[in-house]
Design a protein around this ligand. Structure first.
Ligand code: UDP
Ligand code: MG
Length: 320
């Protein structure tokens, strides 16, 4: 389906949420006036990514006074990207905005994104973080490393430091959700479509309450998914390493043969040890790289969903 179905809202705001009981009431307070003020029919689709705190209760409470709030609850924690994908697949709006719940992305910008998309008939509006001074040093360094690496690998990641705060047209959302790719990293998939896009810059605020739900392990997962999803360069790296290893081995062979011919009998424990360790290390690295791609193909073959929906509040509303 490419055209929005009849009765579809003009705008869906998709919000992935994991254990955000502290920040949710603040988020609702700031988001609601913005979307109410747009003067269009909208839905706010909160994807509860298997929260284990009071998030479901808070959402239930907010829903009583906010009919446009829709809650999709996932059975288990599926991760930020999968939660956004779940929201995109269920969002009904002609325009869809994805935004984090922690108020690092200012909801007020949504009004500008919608205006820009309409005025210039854009399919995508990225919100790029012009100023990351509120992020920790560690976050800034790792983020720069991430965007640098992706650029070097030739992966089009759109404007630098554009995270997952963006607006997409119905056509874009349909194109993204139609992709069979699992573990899709949206900030790479969306630019790769090449649809007409615009950029707005904003200042990234500090998290309004609660703590980051992105531990190092999840950041590394995102980096590995980004690289393997966007580029075959690491596989080529494995080839080059193998090639370099072969050249070195050849040199060593010549060295050994000459040593043998000249009658030099070196007790070469150090060199043997170093060669064995180096070759072993390179081999393991290459196997690991290969494994990432094989694993990716394997999970695709299984067709295993990246998330399971437990409940969608839209099913409770009689008008839907
Ligand atoms: N999030 C999620 N599932 C997860 C981890 C995070 O839905 O497994 C949500 C989280 O609630 C927030 C957004 O993704 O709305 C971004 O997470 P966070 O702000 O903790 O990441 P950071 O800004 O620290 O990178
Ligand atoms: Mg955040």
């Amino acid at each position: 389906m490419t055209a929005a179905s009849p009765g579809a809202p003009a705008l869906s705001v998709v919000v992935p949420v994991y254990d955000e009981q502290e920040v949710l009431p603040l988020f609702v307070q700031r988001l609601r006036p913005v979307v109410d003020g747009l003067g269009v029919d909208y839905e706010v689709l909160v994807v509860d990514d298997g929260s284990i705190d009071a998030t479901p209760v808070v959402l239930q409470r907010e829903r009583r006074t906010w009919p446009q709030l829709r809650v999709v609850r996932l059975r288990a924690n599926a991760g930020h990207q999968a939660a956004i994908s779940a929201g995109l697949e269920r969002a009904r709006g002609e325009l869809v905005v994805t935004i984090d719940a922690d108020l690092q992305d200012p909801p007020e910008l949504i009004a500008d994104m919608v205006r820009l998309a309409r005025e210039e008939s854009l399919d995508v509006v990225y919100a790029a973080r012009g100023d990351r001074s509120s992020d920790t040093r560690f976050k800034r360094v790792t983020a720069s490393g991430y965007y640098d690496t992706m650029r070097r690998l030739g992966a089009d990641h759109g404007p630098t430091h554009a995270g997952d705060f963006r607006l997409m047209s119905r056509a874009t959302v349909d194109a993204v959700t139609a992709l069979p790719e699992h573990h899709r990293v949206l900030r790479l998939v969306v630019p790769s479509l090449g649809f007409p896009a615009g950029v707005l810059t904003y200042r990234r605020d500090e998290r309004a309450a609660g703590t980051s739900k992105y531990p190092l392990a999840k950041m590394l997962r995102l980096a590995v998914d980004s690289i393997t999803g966007a580029s075959l360069a690491p596989l080529r790296l494995a080839t080059w390493l193998g090639f370099a290893g072969a050249v070195v081995a050849l040199g060593l062979l010549v060295y050994a043969l000459i040593g043998f011919a000249v009658g030099l009998n070196v007790p070469g424990w150090t060199s043997t040890f170093m060669v064995v360790t180096a070759v072993g290390g390179v081999q393991l690295l290459c196997l690991g790289i290969l494994g990432e791609y094989v694993g990716r193909t394997y999970t695709m073959q299984l067709g295993r969903p990246t998330y399971y929906v437990a409940h969608d509040s839209a099913a409770d509303d009689p008008q839907d």
